[in-house]
Design a protein around this ligand. Structure first.
Ligand code: GLC
Ligand code: MG
Length: 566
């Protein structure tokens, strides 16, 4: 059987201990009985381990087999997002137009249309808005755990390989559907967390070749590193927690006694993670012996065996579950616990995530046997087994748990049937308007994707309804190649470029979106738009000005769009 089990060397005690930790982080400088060595591990044959059930608090047994670990890939890392100064710049470009509009629309209910705003006042408002957001954000950590200074509406915590990323689907359409939903409906008030076994290097390799959005929090190397924001600022307090009872040198020294342990490459070794390859047939014996030796030397370690080859020796406080509990505790302590938390995984070493108090969980449809077995023995209304794979399973779970919205903009809206397998009628009543600025931008761009793929009819009316009708009459557009045009020219331009990617796998997705309401009903949105005209993701930095149209429920109109190729 291709399975292994997550086990604790001192079964119930160890797992129970982990469970307590996951309900709250260990006190950074709390005392530890040195003799209390605890090791848990994943090893190759089925082993029963004991755990306290989250909901009933009773001890229960479960057999879970070997976690699968995805293939590693190569690539480069991404660049950083521009500072808020470009808001002022972008507004500067359009200020005459905004001002003209202001004078024209004195009766308008929107802030800018209300009358006497001079260009400089508009610009000052824009800058003040940007500053307010920047100061509310504070450090990378504060910004990551409390979007715009508030408690997150939703925190979504996902494993990457075979959970968020489907390595068997070259089109990556499920991930793109999730990205569109997150960017349009969650990115401004919710927190996205990746929790992976990969080191920073291997994580960046994956990001370089996969359309993965920039998360707010990145938990790396099996919960041994917690980092915040796109600059990935390390949580050094967490590192101090992991120091407790841990002695790296002793682990390295003891491991040398085992010729079967082959150290993994340097990038995968960390301060609280020492990783090896060890063949299945000797793994269990090696793990047991090494655990005993570490115990004798009073080192508190957690041994995790994954994929029939990887052995991670971690600080006993590490692991995906412990790291998440620590972050949640930090949010609570700062008075900003997330409204809802959804954890997502596919394999045995994700099981810890589901044990964290107060979370909902999804075991994706393609989950490995060990996690399915864990799920079967931990029946709970808080854990959902999706029928769909990877990111499609995550969306399915969002629907199951009543997250709103939980339908990807790729699947609904004013768009006709698509190659994504979504069969929607082009409804006359489909709204050309959107609930938020980000949603409006995502909808327009998904329409353009389909327009250029030649998936929608080449009709001026359709173009008008889904895109050009949303342009303010005096809108100003700057394309990545530097071409500038007004609204009229935009119509001509898009009519003449219809179908330019027909037959190609052309897609668009969005990252690092930030929006600021610079005046009542007027929004400046910055984001990176990625598209792949030739199977290679290409980034464009965009700044977009949007305004709520006059009259209730009339949606947004685009004042300007300024794009620069990365
Ligand atoms: C990732 C890491 C590796 C680790 C494995 C299992 O593949 O790169 O170091 O052993 O996950 O956790
Ligand atoms: Mg996985």
């Amino acid at each position: 059987m291709n399975c292994c089990a997550l086990a604790s060397l001192r079964n119930s005690r160890c797992w129970g201990e982990g469970r307590r930790q996951r309900e709250g982080p260990p006190a950074p400088f709390g005392s530890i009985a040195a003799h209390e060595l605890a090791c848990s591990f994943v090893f190759k044959s089925s082993v029963t381990w004991t755990s306290k059930k989250k909901h009933r608090g009773s001890a229960s047994s479960s057999t879970i087999p070997l976690p699968f670990v995805g293939n590693l890939t190569s690539g480069v890392c991404l660049s950083s997002f521009p500072s808020s100064t470009s808001i002022g710049f972008a507004l500067g470009i359009s200020e005459n137009k905004l001002s003209r509009r202001a004078n024209r629309g004195k009766s308008s209910s929107s802030g800018i249309g209300r009358g006497d705003d001079s260009n400089s006042r508009i610009l000052a408002k824009a800058m003040a808005g940007a500053d307010a957001v920047a100061s509310a954000a504070g450090t990378a950590e504060t910004k990551a755990i409390s979007p715009k200074g508030r408690a997150a509406r939703v925190m979504l915590v996902s494993d990457l390989d075979h959970t968020m990323v489907d390595h068997s689907d070259k089109s990556e359409i499920a991930l793109l559907r999730f990205n569109a939903l997150w960017a349009a409906e969650y990115s401004q008030d919710s927190v996205l967390v990746y929790s992976t076994g990969r080191s920073k290097k291997k994580y960046e390799e994956l990001r370089a070749e996969t359309p993965l959005m920039t998360p707010d929090i990145t938990i790396l190397s099996v919960g041994t590193i917690i980092s915040y924001g796109e600059s990935m600022v390390h949580d050094t307090d967490w590192e101090r927690v992991l120091d407790q009872g841990w002695n790296r040198d002793i682990v390295v020294e003891e491991a040398k006694q085992f010729p079967d342990l082959r150290p993994q490459e340097g990038s995968e070794q960390g301060r609280h993670k020492i990783s090896f390859h060890v063949d299945k047939h000797v793994a269990q014996k090696v793990i047991e012996k090494l655990s005993r030796r570490l115990e004798a030397r009073q080192v508190r370690a957690k041994l995790v065996y994954s994929g029939g080859i990887d052995l991670d020796v971690l600080s006993v406080h590490a692991g995906k579950g412990e790291a998440l509990a620590y972050v949640l505790e930090k949010m609570r302590a700062r008075g900003c616990p997330p409204g809802k938390t959804l954890v997502c995984g596919d394999s045995g070493n994700d099981a810890e995530l589901f044990e964290v108090k107060g979370v909902k969980g999804v075991v994706v449809g393609n989950a490995k046997e060990e996690l399915v077995e864990w799920y079967n023995s931990h029946a709970s209304p808080d854990v959902f087994k999706a029928t769909k794979n990877c990111a499609a399973g995550i969306i399915e779970a969002m629907q199951h748990f009543g997250f709103k919205p939980a339908t990807s903009p790729r699947d609904v809206g004013s768009l006709p049937a698509t190659a994504d397998g979504v069969d929607l009628e082009l409804s006359e009543s489909a709204s050309p308007l959107s609930s938020s600025g980000m949603r409006a931008i995502v909808d327009v761009n998904l329409f353009l994707e389909r327009w250029w793929r030649g998936e929608v009819p080449r009709e001026a009316d359709l173009l008008e309804r889904c895109f050009t009708g949303k342009l303010s009459p005096d809108a100003h557009i700057v394309l990545p190649d530097g071409k500038e045009m007004g609204a009229e020219k935009v119509r001509e331009h898009y009519l003449s470029t219809y179908g330019k990617f027909k037959g190609a796998d052309y897609r668009r997705w969005f990252d690092r979106a930030s929006e600021v309401e610079v005046a009542p009903g007027v929004w400046i949105i910055k984001l990176i738009q990625w598209d792949a005209p030739d199977h290679k993701w290409r980034g464009v930095r965009m700044t977009v000005g949007l305004r709520e149209k006059e009259g209730q429920g009339n949606g947004m109109e685009m004042l300007f769009l300024h794009s620069t190729a990365l």
